[in-house]
Design a protein around this ligand. Sequence first.
Ligand code: DHB
Length: 397
Amino acid sequence: MSSAQIIRTKVGIVGGGPAGLMLSHLLSRAGIDNIVIEKRDHETIRNTHRAGILEAGSVKMLTDTGVDGRVLTEGHRHDGIDLRFNGVSHRLDFQDLVGESVWLYPQNEVFVDLAVARKRDGGDVRFSVTDSDVLDLTTDVPKMRFTDADSQRFEVHCDIIAGADGSQGICKRAIPADERTDHFIAYPFAWFGILTEAPPSAPELIYANSEHGFALISQRSERVQRMYFQCDPNEDASVWTEDQIWDELQKRVDGPDGYTLKRGRIFEQMVLPFRSYVCEPMRYGNLFLAGDAGHTVPPTGAKGLNLALADVKVLFEAIDSFYAAGSRELLEGYSDTTLERVWKAQNFSFWMTSMLHTREDQSSFERKRILGELNSVATSRYGQQYLAEAYTGWPSA
Ligand code: DHB
């Protein structure tokens, strides 16, 4: 193999998902050179289905910075959700409660829009790289090395490295174990997720608690819907027939109002295991973690992508202040600043998950207590407001 070609840039970004691309986009707009490396190819990321709810602040980040994506034209504004338990729906009106809305716009579409914008603006994004690593992280010249899709070896010399390479990435692992704390919990359940060709079953999302377990009735478009139901983490999705899946979903939303899901052909079915994780601090020398590289949340409440974009905003402002004013103060404070929101979102995601899911070994006391908790939220303006504020997103730091 030929020797590595050396490239000099200011910020090296590991990970070309929404977080890495958004950071690259913001830096380039501020005239700060950067290079993104990503091990997956464009099509794989485009076809990776994740959550579909954007906080108002995430939408603003896309629209205010000239991504010019389709979020406002093809996304759908949702002004509330239904909390459903004991077979009864309780609508939470976000506009009335906190004056905010969220947008239904899938994460893979955010990726597509950002990738288009990076291409349009001449961004340097290398997909399908192999053998990547990061080194010299505590020096003034941290580096990332990789082999590109044409088998050319590169070494990128940077001032700062952003680790936006997801929960399985290399950046978090580059922090020595004695320099970080891994906060972690597992859950005894997972989500069975489907995509179906059917009309919407409801105008807004339904988060349903039932004695049979949790279900989430979400949407993608007029013709395609996304739904999930709580399952065992070891469930084999492939053995379920369409009728079994629909019966299971229906069981969890059944109620005296006779609410019935609109069924259709199911064209994707998969089990999504989940956990709660935070790496603290989210920094090591000149390496700064953002998004899933630094933390993962259970999906209930759709905080994952929103939290990643919130990290990116804080990190961008810190990097910008480093180059514009020569100050390292915001970089030094990055981890503490961003972790404040991360822990609020960890609490919210944990709370929504615990309140809506059913444990197999649940006592009758625990079952009744959870219904009491759901009732406290649904019948109190204060309770509804806490949920609405967290769901639509806290103001940024
Ligand atoms: C979706 C996923 C979520 O986890 C959630 O809370 C809401 C919506 C979705 O994929 O549509």
